[in-house]
Design a protein around this ligand. Structure first.
Ligand code: MET
Length: 555
């Protein structure tokens, strides 16, 4: 079992840096949220040192053309679009510690140093490159990777098999990187690191790619065709290929070329499956080429469809994340994407699905539970009441009703589930299965609601000492469950978790994973919460989302 986190381990988590030829959509947001949740989760396991970097990929033909089409300069287009990404991620509470733009001087310097290192090791040579190039994907394709399809006018045209985007024949003098020399080292690296790419099916995909031919890679373009990029040091007729430029951003944020040693190779990259080859083949090869270690971890996710269709400008179904925050709240939408997003496969977004999920799990199950155990009718003093061992007996034969106190077998099962939950959640996060972590939290929330319902504390009488004892214990256990859920949910729904924990009077310094000991009194330890006054009531934890009127009228 790998352990990619844990106290004392450094991590440099990264998202892809995003192309600025268009505004951000939910796919970009999803990448950033996955990385954010991992970053926050590790921060809760123990204090750093950890970083989370994101940013924008601003060079290349595609941006040059987008700017020309918009009648603006590339630098203006980049500044404007990069600002949109940055705003979105700030608004989404993505806890990035660095936001890199590839047009920054620190990056230009890193790329030029990196290039010089490649050249110094004799791994670049000039040659006539001839082949297919796909501008929207910014990549070179082999004959086997293209197919023919009619264009809008019905004329036959060549397109990429994978993306369907048009390709065109290029023939020019370029610098080539001796990628072919790295086929064996890459195979060895993967063989020795079965967990380096997760989920597992993507690891297998990369292994298969490495069984095929690995030709050398063109790493520059003629400056006459591509001006918007970093010039090749010492050769003003050539511009560095945008993917080499982009990948080096991970070193730039680590402090390359002077100060990256503390952070490299603690790199953990979150990437979409469409850019897997760049991250799992080209990037490790480039790193090996300059004598650096490949990344420690590559987390791969799939894409979002909308009503079963691919998002595309031409279909007009691109989902604007800012509108989603307005409609579902920030935490509501964060929760939806991370709870429904399964990295192995494409997932589908539609409005009703978000509303249903968020209402049932956040508003009803979690919010309802908090409401029930803090209601003044049931908890008139507004405190964290006492736990009584005579009601829940540790180590008793739970099937023996007499010896087990008032608690039933199902109640002991609840305690066992919540005891197990923190480790389970951490394990799921470490295996990049955040959706499963959330699923297991929700299962416990439902179990706790069952517990509350089963014992109907509203029917117990405070004036009867035995009943009061049991009533307090039921409330104590429920509040303890909520405290655990609040702590565990912080990486995914930070604002809601904060609201929940504040209502439970859990202080900011009591919210790390080291504070997760559940129900200490049951385990024979002191509980610092007993008798504590609850925090102020600031209204429903998560207000139910309304189905939009538009939809109501349609149905
Ligand atoms: N700009 C690329 C994309 O958006 C990612 C580059 S990550 C080094 O697909």
């Amino acid at each position: 079992r790998r352990r990619s986190s844990g106290p004392g381990r450094r991590w440099l988590l990264t998202t892809p840096i995003f192309y600025v030829n268009g505004p951000p959509h939910i796919g970009h947001l999803y990448s950033a949220l996955l990385a954010d949740a991992l970053h926050r989760h590790r921060g809760l396991l123990g204090p750093g040192p950890g970083r989370l970097a994101t940013g924008t990929d601003e060079h290349g033909l595609k941006i040059q053309q987008a700017a020309a089409a918009a009648g603006t300069s590339p630098s203006e287009l980049c500044a404007q679009m990069s600002g949109l990404f940055r705003d979105l991620f700030s608004r989404a509470d993505v806890s990035f510690t660095d936001f890199i733009r590839t047009t920054e001087p620190r990056h230009r310097r890193a790329v030029q140093c990196f290039w010089a290192a490649l050249q110094g090791r004799g791994l670049l040579y000039k040659d006539f490159y001839e082949g297919w190039y796909c501008t929207p994907d910014e990549c070179f394709l082999t004959q086997a990777q293209i197919t023919e399809r009619p264009d809008a006018q019905g004329r036959p045209c060549k397109v990429s098999l994978e993306s369907g985007h048009q390709v065109y024949w290029t023939k020019e003098e370029n610098y080539m990187f001796k990628l072919s020399e790295f086929q064996e080292p890459l195979r060895k690296w993967l063989q020795g690191n079965r967990h380096v790419i997760s989920p597992e099916p993507f690891y297998q995909v990369v292994r298969r790619w490495l069984e095929e031919d690995l030709p050398d890679l063109s790493v520059s373009r003629e400056r006459s065709r591509l001006q918007w990029g970093i010039p090749v040091p010492g050769d003003s007729t050539q511009t560095i290929y945008v993917w080499v430029d982009a990948l080096v951003n991970y070193l730039t944020v680590a402090g390359y070329p002077d100060a990256h040693h503390a952070w490299w190779p603690a790199a953990h990259h979150v990437v979409g499956k469409d850019i897997l080859k760049f991250h799992a083949i080209y990037w490790p090869a480039l790193l090996m080429a300059v004598g650096l270690d490949p990344p420690e971890q590559i987390y791969v996710h799939s894409h979002w469809t909308v009503h079963g269709q691919k998002m595309s400008k031409s279909l007009g179904n691109v989902v604007d994340p800012v509108a989603c925050f307005k409609q579902y709240t920030m935490d509501g939408f964060r929760y939806f994407l991370l709870r429904q997003g399964v990295p192995e496969r494409d997932c589908d977004y539609y409005e009703e699905k978000v509303i249903k999920l968020v209402n049932s799990e956040l508003a009803d199950a979690l919010g309802g539970l908090l409401n029930r155990c803090t209601a003044s009718s049931i908890n008139p003093n507004g405190i964290y009441p006492h736990f009584s061992e005579s009601c829940f007996r540790k180590g008793s034969d739970h099937m023996d009703v007499e010896a087990s106190g008032r608690a039933l077998a199902e109640d002991y099962e609840l305690v066992a589930s919540v005891d197990r939950l923190p480790l389970q959640v951490t394990d799921y996060f470490e295996h990049f299965q955040i959706y499963k972590a959330l699923e297991s939290v929700v299962a416990c929330v439902r179990q706790t609601n069952g517990f509350f319902q089963r014992h109907a504390p509203w029917k117990l009488c405070r004036d009867n000492p035995a009943e009061k004892c049991w009533l307090d214990t039921v409330l104590h256990v429920t509040l303890e469950c909520l405290r655990i859920y609040g702590i565990l949910l912080q990486p995914v729904i930070p604002a809601t978790a904060d609201k929940l924990l504040s209502r439970l009077a859990v202080k900011p310094e009591e919210r790390a994973f080291t504070d997760l000991t559940f129900l200490p009194r049951y385990h024979g330890k002191p509980c610092s919460f007993e008798g504590r006054r609850l925090g102020p009531d600031t209204g429903a934890l998560f207000p139910r989302l309304e189905t939009p009127i538009r939809r109501q009228m349609e149905t």
